[in-house]
Write a protein that binds this ligand. Structure first.
Ligand code: AMP
Ligand code: MG
Length: 404
């Protein structure tokens, strides 16, 4: 039986970054850029006002004060979206009424906000001496033409989509995400919403898996739960999806047929069984460009193996540079549960000074999906060693890192 590190390495080495394609802005959040993004224009491309107010030449107001107010004639108005009045170029003896975002003609160097003035239709009075250049946004203040704004490999966050729009781009070249087929297997499975009979259970794995991987795939395809027969499994494992995830049917029962059916269909087994708990029976195989993750059926095992083995692979395919789960050192505040296999069990984590304190979820069954309730991540304990007291150092994997 291989260890978790070797299994993860095998998976990562079997995965290649997918090819780029163009994606419109509305679908860009969460995608990974295939190329650097360079600003094609200055943003903003013209000098403009940061305030509703009056543009002036500051030198006209250099002696201005409450005791010596200065009154100027209003030479015109500049609106956002409009051209500044042409006749004003080169003439700044008066003041220009101006709105936020409106172009500031070169002959004006300062904008005074409307609240600091009193005005009529034809004249405006100032009582304070402005700071030269106040309230004027220079051309290219936000971005300069030719400036590299994003690097390839960057995962786009929500507001960054707006940054691309502000430079006039309509799409970006991003790494394609994979299409994933998810099959759940088990004669006992019933879809939520249907009536349940004795001996049956609701199919939760289909929903757990889909929710966990959603961020990292283009699409997930599903079928109704598969019965535990060779015929049903053959059809599923013969589909042409680039990634196939199954749940159930990989351990030691009479109806755990996935490894045998896969072998028969030409899948090459890369490993079967990892020395980890939960999740020991996990099966991984390749056929040409396709990958098959055979996850165990116990709901907690499914969730843990999906988060720690499948998601890193999907992250790498999608072009993310930091796809390997980050193990953080922590101090265990619960009794040690280390055993013959590496344990990855849900728990809570909190900071105390410089230390990360981890505490196990009270439930101990890999059939209990509610072990995950309120957990912050997985506590990782190596195989049983000498230090099994309550303050042993362990490592943790945070959901915040694993799942995004
Ligand atoms: P298996 O790996 O097929 O032996 O299943 C192990 C356990 O997980 C059994 O108790 C199954 O009933 C349960 N199980 C399998 N598939 C699912 C599923 N899709 N949703 C919820 N529980 C499941
Ligand atoms: Mg089963």
């Amino acid at each position: 039986m291989i260890d978790l590190e070797t299994a993860l390495e095998t998976i990562i080495n079997s995965v290649t970054v997918l090819e780029p394609h163009d994606v419109p802005l509305d679908d860009l959040v969460g995608c990974v850029l295939a190329r650097d993004i360079v600003a094609p224009i200055d943003v903003s491309s013209f000098r403009n006002s940061a305030m509703d107010g009056f543009a002036v030449s500051a030198k006209l107001l250099q002696d201005c004060s409450v005791d010596a107010p200065v009154t100027l004639s209003i030479a015109g108005v500049s609106y956002a979206g409009g051209d500044p009045p042409k006749e004003l170029e080169g003439c700044a003896s008066g003041a220009l009424k101006i709105m936020t975002g409106a172009p500031v003609p070169e002959s004006y160097d300062t904008v005074i906000k409307v609240e600091d003035t009193t005005f009529t239709e034809s004249v405006v009075t100032f009582t304070v001496q402005p700071k030269l250049g106040a309230n004027i946004r220079p051309c290219g203040e936000d971005m300069r033409e030719g400036e590299t704004i994003f690097r390839a490999g960057h995962k786009m966050r929500a507001w960054e989509v707006g940054i691309l729009a502000s430079m006039g781009l309509t799409q970006a070249s991003v790494i394609r995400k994979p299409v994933v087929a998810v099959f759940t297997t088990g004669d006992e499975l019933v879809e939520p919403g249907e009536k349940i009979k004795f001996g049956q259970i609701y199919n939760s794995n289909r929903y757990t898996i889909t929710a966990l991987i959603k961020l990292f795939c283009e699409r997930t395809d599903h079928s109704a739960p598969l019965v535990d027969t060779e015929t049903a499994l053959r059809e599923a494992l013969n589909c042409d999806s680039e990634i196939i995830i199954t749940s159930g049917g990989v351990s030691a029962g009479d109806k755990d047929l996935i490894p045998a059916v896969a072998a028969d269909l030409g899948w090459k087994e890369l490993f079967h069984k990892i020395a980890m708990k939960p999740g020991k029976p996990v099966f991984f195989a390749r056929r040409n460009n396709q990958l098959l993750f055979g996850l165990p059926g116990n709901p907690l095992s499914t969730a843990v193996t999906c988060a720690t083995l499948v998601i890193p692979a999907l992250k790498k395919m999608a072009g993310l540079s930091d796809f390997t789960p980050k193990l953080l050192p922590a101090v265990l505040r619960s009794e040690s549960r280390s055993g013959k296999r590496m344990l990855l069990w849900p728990g809570t984590m909190r900071r105390e000074g410089t230390e990360l304190i981890a505490e196990y979820s009270s439930k101990k069954s890999s059939a209990s999906l509610t072990s995950l309730l309120n957990s912050d991540g997985l506590i990782v304990e190596r195989q049983r060693g000498d230090d099994c007291d309550t303050s042993v150092k362990v490592a943790v994997l945070l959901w915040d890192d694993l799942l995004r």
